[in-house]
Design a protein around this ligand. Structure first.
Ligand code: MN3
Length: 300
């Protein structure tokens, strides 16, 4: 089972220059082949499908811990997209003024037609994320090797989106995910080392560009977030700490195993977009609702 917490992984700044085309580029980090939908669903399915869990418990616990974290990653990429799309059409309730005219020039029209100026599980070209991106062979070495490759590919995509988009909201998100994705690269390298003795960490970094070159990532490294593996569970998955042990292959600093999850920050409250009727529900009266709830014996 999974427990949801109404917090976002990090505090996202308000965009300086929101733009539908930047939002479209950011979608690659959500619904692209190497996006957060893929990391989330790969580790989740590999954990559901794990055979021989008791004998190989540390590897199972590692997949579950990282899979749990990826849920928060799809969330933070989605909020970034949503903030970049907020206020990008003409606000109001008069459809005759063509309030959504801007949408026709945006590279992604799903953001204006299929959603209320918000994220969808699509890539930067508007292709919907597919379960075909899930690799779950059942062979532990093969799955871990795939995950190492997936995280390196995800890292390359994040760097390129950073190089395309200079908005501070997008860069804050990319900086954070470069650091946390970096932890997952190292975790899968370590898992392969424990399992086979092969020094996978010697391949790092892929691509050959240090996270410290990105000021937003450097900030999170200064907070030591590149050294911490969280379990994303109160009591479970503690044996992942057997793998997450020793030193960081790039910096040489000692790794830190942290049961539980980071504190996080409040998620931004997204402004209404009346021209899209998002959220609509203009006849909703909270006082009336509270009265009805009271009569039903529910305290709101
Ligand atoms: Mn991730």
């Amino acid at each position: 089972m999974i427990q949801r917490i109404d917090r976002l992984a990090i505090e996202l700044p308000t965009p300086n220059n929101p733009s539908p085309n930047d939002a479209a580029a950011v979608q690659q980090l959500l619904g692209g082949k190497f996006g957060e939908m893929s990391t989330l669903m790969n580790y989740t399915y590999q954990s559901f499908n794990f055979r021989g869990r008791n004998r190989l418990r540390p590897f199972y616990d590692l997949l579950c811990s990282i899979g749990g974290e990826e849920y928060g990653h799809i969330e933070v990429v989605s909020y970034t997209t949503n903030l970049l799309l907020t206020g990008q059409t003409k606000r109001g309730m008069d459809p005759t003024v063509t309030p959504l005219a801007n949408g026709t020039d945006a590279r992604n029209t799903y953001h204006f037609i299929d959603s209320g100026q918000a994220s969808l599980p699509i890539d930067s070209m508007g292709q919907f994320w597919s379960g075909a991106n899930v690799f779950s062979s059942g062979n532990l070495k093969l799955d871990l090797l795939h995950n190492f490759f997936l995280e390196c590919g995800a890292r390359a995509n994040k760097m390129r989106v950073y190089e395309m988009v200079d908005d501070p909201t997008a860069r804050e998100m990319v900086g954070y995910l470069l650091v946390r994705g970096g932890v997952h690269v190292v975790a899968y390298a370590k898992a392969l080392e424990v399992l086979t003795g092969v020094q996978v960490g010697k391949l790092l970094p892929i691509p050959d560009l240090d996270n410290t070159k990105f000021p937003e990532a450097k900030k999170y490294m200064d907070q030591k977030l590149h050294l911490k593996l969280f379990t994303f569970s109160q009591d479970d998955y503690r044996k992942a700490g057997i793998i997450w042990d020793g030193t960081h292959p790039e910096t040489g600093e000692p790794l830190e195993f942290v049961p539980g999850m980071p504190e996080g920050a409040p998620a931004p409250d997204l402004d209404e977009e009346p021209q899209l009727n998002a959220p609509g529900a203009m006849d909703y009266d909270p006082d009336l609702f509270r009265d009805i709830a009271k009569k039903m014996g529910v305290n709101l």
